[in-house]
Design a protein around this ligand. Structure first.
Ligand code: ZN
Ligand code: ZN
Length: 263
């Protein structure tokens, strides 16, 4: 249970997903009891309109949401989809465009389609004046290149669930981006990610769960949930030689600045 004053955020979760259909209210209640003042619900545009469900779930709990075409779904991106994102942004219903990016690990969509959807959505974010949430896996060089070429320093954003190398961290920071760490930072063989988490400047640090995926130790292998962001904060604090409260506080302030939230 949280001590008074210990407040934190989960900068990236998917509590709209069916994994939470049976106990969503309890999950959010546990998060609040653990000290979470806000969770960002990341909505993925897919063939069944998954982002609309994410927006509804977020609104039902008074939480902010994002929408974007994930690289896995890049093949479905078309003018109609971009038009919908533009409309949601203009109506003030989303706080960021995302998650968008490149995933060359799974390659669920052809790489050409991933690149195109990523570029188009960075441009769209610039047009509507929103930050971006970037998902990148095994595509460090091309991700940095696209962000640089498309002027992403203008939108700002976050590299979520950071699993990249030092060079990606350096280039993202150069663009003014934040770096967000998930439970992966506490997994074995995460040496480079741990190094980045230890060294990232204070004003660039974020933490997240990416629930229901990637539960941090000691919950590994179970369904992840926003309350477990406390365990991510503890691990990042150990790597930085500071307290869990200090990391939580930094992350909360950086989150509020990036997504323009008053919390
Ligand atoms: Zn992701
Ligand atoms: Zn995600």
């Amino acid at each position: 249970m949280a001590e008074p004053g210990f407040t934190l955020v989960d900068s990236h979760c998917h509590i709209d997903m069916p994994e939470f259909d049976g106990d969503r209210e309890e999950v959010v209640a546990r998060a609040r009891a653990a000290g979470l003042v806000e969770m960002l619900v990341v909505g993925g545009v897919d063939e069944s309109g998954g982002h609309r469900r994410a927006l509804e779930v977020a609104a039902s709990f008074g939480l902010p949401a994002t929408a974007g075409v994930h690289p896995h779904e890049a093949r479905i991106a078309d003018e109609r989809v971009y038009g919908e994102l533009r409309r949601l942004a203009r109506e003030g219903r989303i706080v960021a465009i995302g998650e968008i990016g490149l995933d060359f690990h799974y390659d669920h969509s052809p790489r050409a389609a991933q690149r195109e959807a990523f570029r188009r959505q960075v441009r769209l974010a610039r047009e509507v004046g929103l930050p971006i949430v970037v998902h990148t896996r095994e595509a460090d060089g091309e991700t940095a290149e696209i962000l640089e070429q498309e002027g992403a320093s203008e939108t700002g954003g976050v590299i979520h669930c950071f699993t990249g190398g030092l060079e990606l961290a350096r280039r993202a920071i150069g663009l003014g981006f934040l770096i967000s760490f998930s439970g992966i930072v506490a997994f074995p063989k995460a040496d480079v990610i741990q190094q980045v988490a230890g060294e990232v400047p204070e004003d660039r640090l974020l933490i997240e769960t990416d629930a229901p995926y990637l539960a941090p130790p000691p919950h590994r292998g179970k369904r992840n949930e926003p309350a477990f962001v406390v365990d991510v904060a503890r691990k990042v604090a150990a790597l930085r030689g500071t307290s869990r409260e200090a990391v939580a506080d930094l992350a909360r302030r950086n989150y509020a600045r990036l997504f323009r939230r008053t919390i």
